[in-house]
Structures are given as C-alpha cells and as structure tokens.
Design a protein around this ligand. Structure first.
Ligand SMILES: *Cc1c(COP(=O)(O)O)cnc(C)c1O
Length: 427
C-alpha cells in the first residue's frame, strides 16, 4: 500500500469520502486518489514521490502552470503585509480595472470567494434587476452548488417539475429553475414562450466543460442573445472555466457574443479562492450598498488572493500570444490522441476548443449532453488508470475537462501521446 492509500484510509474516517470536494475522491475511476505534496510547471508529485504530467491543473486555475514565479512572488510580497484587513485595498481597484479592460461589456466588478458564490450572486442580481423569479439553465452544465442550480430536468421540457439533484434542496426552490438542452435553441424558445415575461435569466457555460467538453453549435450563443433580447431576460455567461482561458476577454471575445452578466472563478484567482461577477454599471449598481440586491463577504477581495489574481491576469494580458500557443498544444494533443485511438482500433471522439479537451469513448460526434452520456464510462476509467500508472494525471471522471497549461511543452505532449498509444492499445 502506498502513502496515498494510507492517507486516504485515514482521510475517510475524518472527512466525508476522504475529501473536501467530491470529484477528488476518484470514485468514478475506482481507486484511491493520489495525495499531492507539490507541483511545478506541468508536473505534480505525490506522497510516494511519483511524478505526473498534470492535465487537471487544479480544475483550471493553473493556466500558466504550477508554481509560476510571477504569481508566487506576488503572493509572497502580499503575505508580508498581513493576510486580511476587512477594509478596501488598492489591489481591489487594480484587479477591477484590469478585468474591465480585458473583458468586453464589463464596466463593474464584485469580487467573491468561489465560482459557486459568483453564480449564486449573479442569479440573485438577475432576479432583482428584472423582478422575475424563473431562470433557465442547461442540462449537463454545472454552475456550482447553490440551491437553485442543483436541478435535474423535469419530465416535460415545458414543465417546472425539475427535481433537486441533491438532498436538502427544497422542491419549492427548484421549481423556479427550468432546464433546456444545450445546443438546442428550440428548447429554450419553448420555455420562454411557456413562461412569458417570467424568465429572469438564461445561464449557460459558453463552452460546456462539465460534461467533458462540448462547444456551442454555430449560432447557439447568438441565438440565446436574441431570445433574451426578445423576452427581457438577462443572459449570464458562466465563465468560471472559459474566462481568461479561451481568450483574454473570455467567451464573449472568443465567440463575439455579448452577455449581460459574466461570472468568473478558477483562473481569476491564480490558484487562490476567488470568484467574481461582472456586468454593466446599470446592472451592477443594483448590488448592495448601491442597490437593493444584497450580497457580502468577510474575505471577499482578500489582499493575498487579489495579489495572485492580479499577477495571473496581468501576465495573461501582457502575453496575448500565449493563447495561440495554448490552442496549438490543445490541437496537437487532440490530433495525437485521435491518431493513437485509430491505430489502436478504439472508438474515441475528441472534442477540443483551445486549451480545453475531452476524449469520449464513443464512435459518434458529441454535441449534446445526451451524446456525452453515450460515452463508455468503464473504458474511460480503464484509460484513466492506465495513464495514471504511466505518470499522466487526467481528470478522474469522464464528465470533466482536460486542461492544458502554458507549461505543457513538446516533451510533455510527446510523453502523454506515447502513454496514450500504449493504454489505448490495451483497452
Ligand atoms: C467550477 C465551476 C463552478 C463552481 O466554482 P467553485 O469555485 O468550485 O465554487 C461554477 N461554474 C462552472 C462553469 C464551473 O466550472
């Protein structure tokens, strides 16, 4: 038994499932999770001293690679001056200015501590600003764990009979959450027509990256924009994954579609717990203490977290060429994996957009959540374990994205593809 297994046994007695966030428990791949001691660049080291090429990248934040000196040094400098003041600081002004400069259509910013908090607050703002209660989300999109977003679709697309997807969430709360199908504009239009004048917002991951990776069909995001304009609903892009990843300005810039509110997390904190929701001045001034929509946070805008976020976002703004390189790395991996699968005679569909990718063990194209669910999960688990044995750490579940960072170079791609050829052949 390795040290990770030993620690996991202890952890399971002290933490539910041995972890502080469920997917880390490796349940979908049927083994004990690796306990990590440190990370640098594209690499992780576990408690047994084994090294892995990391494609989880802390679920997205580490777009520059782990332990990047620019971020580390910014954090070290900030720590010397104290950890938290509960009062405004210069860095909060600087990061808000940076975000408004980088992200299209954003005039004001509220910093929070997680993606969940950002989305929960943006939905509250959308409801407060429109005076409407109902919201539309998409099947297979994840928006954190606030009550109103933990919903499974109901029996009929037009009914408000969705069920909570977690115990402890009242049916009364999720009856205001309607579920449409990703890449299916007609399903959204039907809901908007069924609830005229009642939809506060449509919330979407512009690239769905919590069902593997599924991009928007041509015209889908613009179609949402048009439907929102017609019905007076606000369009929320949940850019907790896509923000600062697809482009410096996120999905709005990448796809050329305007959102009314945008939520950020992950990359925005450079590895520290940070989220943000942003939009026009008119909307954001509805938030307390300016307006009637209440939202607060003891540690929001924390000086050390802001230092990390500022350093990472500033670096991304100053190195826009990095996005072409990330996309090229993503393409090389996707092409290499397709070739390896073909050579092995294994049916794999690879979806890739920029530095996000996901392999699905199905011969069919994956453009909807239903398609994604058609992937052979047993095969994914075997693929994951085979890769881990060969020192490649992938997302420990099919319905998660594979993240490429700026630290993933030719050597890492070569090693990853060599391992994939072996593993896919043995599946
Ligand atoms: C991760 C994620 C969230 C939740 O963010 P947390 O920081 O984990 O609370 C929300 N939306 C999307 C799209 C995410 O990927």
């Amino acid at each position: 038994m390795g040290r990770s297994e030993e620690l996991f046994e202890q952890a399971c007695r002290l933490l539910p499932g041995g972890v502080n966030s469920p997917v880390r428990a490796y349940r979908a791949v049927g083994m004990a999770p690796r306990f990590i001691t440190r990370a640098d660049g594209a690499y992780l080291w576990d408690e047994d001293g084994r090294r892995y090429i990391d494609y989880v990248c802390s679920w997205g934040p580490m777009i520059l690679g782990h332990n990047h000196p620019v971020i580390r040094e910014a954090v070290e400098r900030a720590v010397k001056d104290g950890l938290s003041f509960g009062a405004p600081t210069r860095r909060e002004v600087e990061i808000a200015r940076l975000i408004t400069e980088m992200v299209p259509h954003v005039e004001m910013v509220r910093m929070v501590n997680s993606g969940t908090e950002a989305v929960m607050s943006a939905v509250r703002l959308a409801r407060g600003a429109t005076g409407r209660d109902k919201i539309i989300k998409f099947e297979g999109c994840y928006h954190g764990h606030s009550d109103c977003l933990l919903v499974n679709a109901g029996s009929s697309a037009l009914a408000d009979d969705g069920r909570p997807s977690s115990a402890g969430v009242p049916q009364d709360i999720v009856r205001h959450t309607l579920t449409a199908r990703f890449n299916d504009l007609a399903s959204v239009e039907a809901l908007i027509d069924a609830w005229p004048g009642q939809i506060a917002c449509v919330i979407v991951e512009p690239v769905a990256a919590n069902m593997g990776v599924v991009g928007p069909a041509p015209g889908f995001l613009q179609g949402l924009r048009d439907l929102c304009d017609r019905s007076g609903a606000l369009l929320i892009f949940d850019e907790v994954i896509t923000g600062f990843r697809l482009a410096p300005g996120g999905a709005q810039q990448y796809f050329g579609v305007r959102a009314d509110l945008v939520t950020f997390g992950k990359i925005i904190g450079g590895g520290m717990p940070v989220g943000a929701y942003c939009g026009s001045r008119a909307l954001m001034e509805q938030v307390a203490p300016c307006g009637p929509v209440y939202q607060a946070g003891t540690l929001s805008g924390n000086p050390v977290a802001m230092a990390a976020g500022l350093a990472q976002l500033g670096y991304l703004r100053d190195h826009p060429d990095l996005y072409d390189r990330l996309a090229e790395t993503g393409r090389q991996l996707a092409d290499g994996l397709r070739a390896a699968a073909k050579e092995a005679g294994t049916a794999v569909t690879i979806n890739q957009i920029g530095s996000l990718l996901a392999p699905f063990f199905t011969p069919d194209a994956v453009t909807t959540f239903t398609d994604a669910k058609g992937s052979d999960l047993g095969r994914y688990a075997r693929y994951f374990r085979g890769m881990l044995e060969r020192g490649i750490a992938l997302a420990p579940a099919q319905f998660e994205a594979m993240f490429v960072s700026a630290a993933h170079g030719q050597m890492e791609i070569g090693a990853t593809l060599a391992a994939a050829r072996e593993v896919l052949r043995a599946l």
